[in-house]
Design a protein around this ligand. Sequence first.
Ligand SMILES: [Zn+2]
Length: 435
Amino acid sequence: MLRLQAILSCLAICLGGLAQDSLLITNVRIFNGITPELKAGNVLVVGGTIAQVGVGINPTRGTAVIDGSGRTLMPGLIDAHAHITLAAIPMLAAMTAPTSYVHHVSGKEAEATLLRGFTTIRDVGGPTHGLKMAIDQGLLKGPRIYPSGAMITQSGGHGDFRMPHEIAAPCCASPVLIEKEGIAMIADGPDAVRQRVREQLALGASQIKLMAGGGVSSLYDPLDVTQYTPEEFLVAVEAAENWGTYVTVHAYTPRAIRFAIENGVKCIEHGQLADEEVVKLMAAKGVWWSLQPFLDDEHANPKTGESRKKQLQVSEGTDRAYALAKKHKVKTAWGTDVMHSPNGGAHQGAQLVKMTRWYTPFEVLKMATADNGELMKLSGPRDPYPAKLGVIDAGAWADLLLVNGDPLRNLELLADPERNLVVIIKNGKVVKDIR
Ligand SMILES: [Zn+2]
């Protein structure tokens, strides 16, 4: 009897072993996300993660093999500031089209994002929970999503996209469109903020996004305004930390950034108008700076009128922001913030290449892989993908790109992912192979 049990359990283990797909990528020069040199070797993937990195790894029976032919293997890219459900749809359509249409557009954009080599995004506002679920279940192709869910905003804040007649709604009226769709939640006062934060956590947010100051695209708030009070930040941070995660905020000005940091916020989105003093505070507190290379160029989100003026003001701050981030060694993340721009996503790779204006190709690649991966891990126990991310190392997620050439020497390669990313692997599965 005991022997029979032993045989059965052995069978189970053996079959289990066979059931796990394995993939060996040979003959590649590896950029591991952390060190500035390429290292020749092989990478063995078992299931969704990397099992082994090194030389002399031999395929066992049933292991698929990809011959890299001397190309570069690097970790999948991470965009730390995305709005996947709002990225490719014009603002008017997002507000007026059937909800199902909005979500179909985002499903298509998610696949395009993955095929550009972005295997992970941190979504900082929008109704992504359903899309994430469909991608995680393999129903749709797309990146891993770290969702914030709805952005939490004060009345008149950067997330308040109500029409003026809706603002006059009596207290406790039924939710307005942006709330019903899960784009933004309006909350004024500590109790309301606490409740909104808890709701997003209940729905599966891996981090919480609050609006701490004026924004470019919003209707009511000039750039210079500060949003939320210390009390409101404190309850938001407490609710997020009670859930094991953190609050990140939209903020451009020194005052908005300072308010947020002094009340426990762990990450600043944008911050293009920061002054040296507040950057020193970010460095001293170890706060993350999630910066985007906003310039007045072809990659800018389409804007008109007052928003266009604000956009110019922000983009003028970008050079100084990167200089200050470097000078004070602030932990810096990279992201694009493509929003309401049908063709904006196509420039995702080019927006990374643009970073060579301030950094070496190695620094840029590290930022978009290992460094951004470290920021994802700030979600602690609320991390939906709890393994190493953005690196090629044993135990890390097998999110890998095989590049035609050496991006450490020629980052431009990543501006044309269609041609230069010959193999894309996410979660150990090949999603593109044009060798
Ligand atoms: Zn944004």
